[in-house]
Design a protein around this ligand. Structure first.
Ligand code: FES
Length: 99
């Protein structure tokens, strides 16, 4: 499960859907509506490939729930290569994550 590389050619899908289509468990407590932060991605590389934050993300930024290098998987599509990891608080207990 660790260090998976996903290839995607369908830019109509959210990053959350791309992750789920690859059979990877990724939290999405509000069902992808931008109302929680359980789908939060820590963006290690490629933050410049994201569009401006959506209004849902901007609300999270304004209330301190989303940092500069964090984005919501349900609110973004893939524009180019990125390197992400799951936020510590959103890790599932049944999955062994890499450091
Ligand atoms: S699943 Fe709730 S904000 Fe993305």
């Amino acid at each position: 499960m660790n260090n998976r590389e996903l290839i995607n050619n369908d830019n109509s899908k959210s990053i959350l859907n791309i992750i789920h289509d690859a059979q990877i468990d990724w939290m999405h407590a509000c069902g992808g509506k931008g109302r929680c932060t359980s789908c939060k991605m820590i963006v290690h590389e490629g933050i410049e490939h994201f569009n401006q934050p959506t209004s849902a993300e901007q609300r999270m930024i304004d209330n301190g729930r989303l940092a500069k290098h964090e984005r919501l998987a349900c609110q973004n599509k893939l524009n180019d290569d990125i390197d992400i990891s799951v936020a510590e608080t959103n890790k599932f207990p049944h999955i062994e994550y890499s450091a």
